[in-house]
Design a protein around this ligand. Structure first.
Ligand SMILES: NC(=O)c1ccc[n+]([C@@H]2O[C@H](COP(=O)([O-])OP(=O)(O)OC[C@H]3O[C@@H](n4cnc5c(N)ncnc54)[C@H](O)[C@@H]3O)[C@@H](O)[C@H]2O)c1
Length: 260
């Protein structure tokens, strides 16, 4: 197993990509802290992992709140003893997108959730990784940060900030054996799309996902397991010479401009 005796915090680990990563890491022997704002789905995922023989605890935490982040990290240490891997995965798109629609409050909320949270979690965890002389940090950005399919001013700016933060932390932490990388997902079929699909029938939802998938050269949306597989790579020995990278996992999406 690739992650025996390792401990990982996965923020936003209750559903979607985070849930998939929790399962995949646990299958490789990793102990998991599933951290999420959602109590019911967070507990459910921790139970699922435990029932499959993995070690997982749920710690409720709003990653935009510094004292909750500190408490979450303290709980992780008191229950599991150390933190080797941090996946900064919690995030959301919001419901307003254009410059005209987005209020100052929307801007602050989306920047806090998608960018400040990464800073807060790294600030809480990195001193412990330094003590342990080992760390793997994986930050989840978005294809919209580098190649936006449409204007989403706050979310795409935040996710671009995630790539910059990844590069800066990679430089700052490389001499401590702490590697910092980002994953840049294309469209992945998860609960992330729920705010936009609330009033749709099942058939309309399917149509939406098929159409969305066709925006990629692979002509389909990605699956959360396909993000989890790359996160596993970045958390384990096969990626030992990689830091400061932002890896596209997007069905060839950045090539689309060349295809059209
Ligand atoms: N799904 C996509 O197409 C896509 C594409 C690009 C990037 N992303 C990014 O990937 C990451 C994972 O997305 P997903 O698709 O699995 O989304 P998801 O909506 O399925 O899961 C997000 C999780 O984050 C949690 N969360 C939300 N706000 C939180 C907060 N304040 N504190 C703690 N947890 C919070 C939610 O409860 C949920 O469990 C996000 O950062 C998202 O922005 C998603």
């Amino acid at each position: 197993m690739l992650l025996t005796n390792r401990v990982a915090i996965i923020t936003g680990g209750a559903v979607g990509m985070g849930r998939s990563m929790a399962h995949k890491f646990a299958e490789e022997g990793c102990s998991i802290v599933i951290s999420d704002i959602s109590d019911s789905s967070g507990r459910k995922t921790a139970d699922e992992v435990s029932k499959k023989g993995g070690e997982a605890i749920f710690v409720q935490c709003d990653v935009t709140n510094n004292s909750q982040v500190q408490d979450m990290v303290n709980t992780a240490i008191s229950k599991l003893g150390k933190i080797d891997i941090l996946v900064n995965n919690a995030g959301a798109l919001g419901t307003t997108w254009s410059l005209e629609e987005v209020s100052e409050e929307d801007w602050d909320n989306i920047l806090d959730l998608n960018l400040k949270s990464v800073f807060l979690c790294c600030k809480a965890v990195v001193p412990l990784m330094k003590e342990g002389k080992y760390g793997r940090i994986i930050n989840i950005s978005s294809m919209g940060a580098v190649s936006p399919p449409r204007s989403v001013v706050h979310y795409h700016a935040a996710k671009a900030g995630v790539i910059s933060l990844t590069q800066n932390l990679a430089l700052e932490l490389v001499s401590f054996n702490i590697h910092v990388n980002a994953i840049v997902p294309g469209p992945i079929r998860t609960e992330y799309y729920e705010p936009r699909l609330k009033n749709m029938t099942d058939a309309q939802r399917e149509d939406y996902f098929v159409t969305k998938g066709k925006t990629t050269p692979m002509q389909r949306m990605g699956k959360p397991e396909e993000i989890a597989a790359v996160a596993l790579f970045l958390a384990t020995e096969p990626s030992s010479y990689i830091t400061g990278e932002a890896m596209n996992v997007a069905g060839g999406l950045p090539l689309m401009a060349l295809v059209i």
